[in-house]
Design a protein around this ligand. Structure first.
Ligand code: GDG
Length: 497
């Protein structure tokens, strides 16, 4: 394997949250899937993390000393953007074009040309921040849909390090992707990396179909676990790398004495009911409306659930400056009010709804306490909540109700109760199945899920990705025959993808 001088992680947000108080700026560690996944790895390996700190050029630079002191075992390098850049790049192109399109919601896209221009400009800013310190032997790993163009910009700036990219969200079908006015530009930018990683085999099939359709002159074939696309400057590998969670940490925390005490406290606060748990960022892709409707239908249909179950739904505030998200929040508030109004009794309220974040210890205690987790997104790259829930189920009594449209379903389909979240009727039935499932079946399913999640945790994921980037299939397999791309590979992973 090639020696690496330095690891560099690049993502839209630095893994911190900054806030100003009377005595100056303060830094806290951030939340979200990417932070959960990357922090332990960089803490272990050292290096630098480059990203936007969440504050704008207009806020002055009094925050700088606070950032310089933060970062556990790695350097944090902020990319400063103006408010207008953040608007066009983050709220605009990233979250009003790529996010909806890649999750299959083309009619929610706002294809304003100025959004794309700002996206391109901000990606250039990122590349300019990275390039001066980048060396040939560095490992540069760019994350997610906000920064697809960074690799191409780095090449233009003469950076010759190996460049890798991982897409945390789904890659859409060619039918949806080709609606994008900048479809060639985005695809060309993805093919400027040496390695492109996707969450599932389905995402990779979609990407390859888009390349075949929009760039028919390119040669595409399969070697080992990788799909290889030959580009004029060299070949690009496209791999399937389902992201995992830090299983060991979650299960240790959930099994601790502190968690046992917190579970008992929560039990006293919530009451003697079976807890159905939902934990999601505020987002229309997470299927929250459909989930509440399914829960309402279950209460209507199965009288034995009344005064027996509580849906504990935590919604994490997110993207509140995007109008779509504000409208979704209003709709959720209305729906929760209606359902609680319809079914509550003096001693029981069917939905406990928190629009907030909780501390990591509380998160683990909730995961351990819940009889079932409702993870029912309409589309999701992976969904780490599904995996964290199982990691924390140390007593192996919980049931995972999982959408077939979450990337996690490709790995966890056998142990989970799979649902089509658009089918409100069937989801209501799945809720009933979960609540009434016999103990031995719960244990059998949860044990299988935990084994699977433990064996493909976040460190397994990162190692597979880094190995693939530093020792590409083409070098590892000199002499083996390459086959044409068949379109049905699951990337060498054991489960159907
Ligand atoms: C993207 C993709 C993909 C949530 N609430 C609290 C809290 N969290 C943490 C969870 C979990 C993370 O946030 C959410 O991760 P997800 O995977 O569910 O979703 P996205 O944020 O949309 O992430 C997704 C992921 O990237 C990784 O590739 O799986 O498909 O959309 O880790 O634990 N943490 C704390 N308090 C909370 O209140 N401490």
């Amino acid at each position: 394997m090639k020696a690496v001088d330095e690891f560099t992680i690049v993502s839209n947000r630095l893994p911190i949250v900054m806030h100003r108080e009377d005595d100056g700026w303060h830094v806290e560690s951030g939340s979200g899937g990417l932070v959960q996944a990357m922090s332990p790895i960089l803490e272990k390996l050292g290096g630098r993390w480059i990203g936007w700190p969440g504050i704008c050029a207009e806020d002055g630079n009094g925050w700088y000393p606070a950032i310089a002191q933060a970062g556990a075992g790695f350097r944090l390098e902020p990319v400063i953007l103006t408010r207008a850049q953040v608007d066009g790049f983050y709220a605009g192109f990233s979250n009003s074009v790529i996010w909806p399109l890649f999750h299959g919601f083309a009619d929610r896209c706002d294809f304003k040309p100025r959004f794309y221009q700002t996206y391109d400009e901000v990606n250039t800013r990122f590349a300019e921040a990275i390039a001066p310190e980048a060396r040939s032997n560095d490992f540069l790993w760019v994350h997610d849909y906000h920064l697809i163009h960074v690799g191409q910009k780095l090449r233009t700036l003469g950076v010759d390090a190996r460049l890798s990219f991982f897409l945390h969200i789904p890659f859409p079908s060619a039918e949806n992707y080709t609606k994008l006015p900048w479809r060639e530009e985005i695809l060309e930018a993805m093919l400027a990396y040496d390695l492109v990683g996707l969450q599932t085999g389905r995402d990779r099939r979609n990407l390859v179909q888009c390349i075949e359709r929009l760039m028919p002159e390119l040669n595409i074939y399969e070697i080992g676990e990788m799909v290889v696309v030959e580009m004029p400057r060299g070949s690009v590998q496209i791999g399937v790398f389902p992201i995992g969670t830090d299983y060991g940490d979650f299960s240790r925390r959930a099994g601790s004495q502190a968690a046992t005490e917190r579970v008992a406290e929560l039990r006293r606060e919530i009451g003697p009911y079976q807890v159905l748990l939902g934990i999601d960022r505020l987002d229309y892709t997470k299927g929250l409306i459909e989930r509440f409707l399914a829960f309402e239908l279950a209460l209507d249909r199965y009288a034995e659930l009344l005064e027996q179950v509580v849906l504990f739904q935590l919604v994490i505030p997110s993207r509140e400056n995007v109008p779509e998200y504000r409208a979704l929040k209003r709709e959720l508030d209305r729906l929760v009010g209606r359902i609680n109004g319809r079914f509550s009794t003096p001693s029981w309220q069917p939905i406990r709804y928190l629009y907030n974040t909780v501390s990591p210890p509380d998160l683990c205690a909730l995961y351990r306490l819940a009889s079932a987790a409702l993870v029912t997104p309409l589309r999701d790259g992976m969904n780490l909540v599904a995996k964290e829930y199982c990691a924390c189920q140390v007593e192996e009594r919980g049931v995972l109700v999982l959408s077939e449209f979450a990337g996690a379903a490709a790995q966890l389909g056998e142990g989970a109760v799979l649902v089509n979240p658009y089918d409100i009727d069937a989801t209501a039935g799945a809720i009933y199945t979960a609540v009434t499932m016999a103990d031995d079946e719960r244990r059998r399913r949860m044990r299988a899920l935990r084994r699977r999640i433990k064996g493909s945790d976040v460190f397994w994921w990162a190692k597979r990705f880094v190995d693939a980037a530093l020792e590409p299939t083409l070098e590892r397999q000199v002499g083996t025959r390459a086959g044409p791309f068949q379109g049905d590979s699951n990337g060498g992973l054991p489960a159907a993808q």
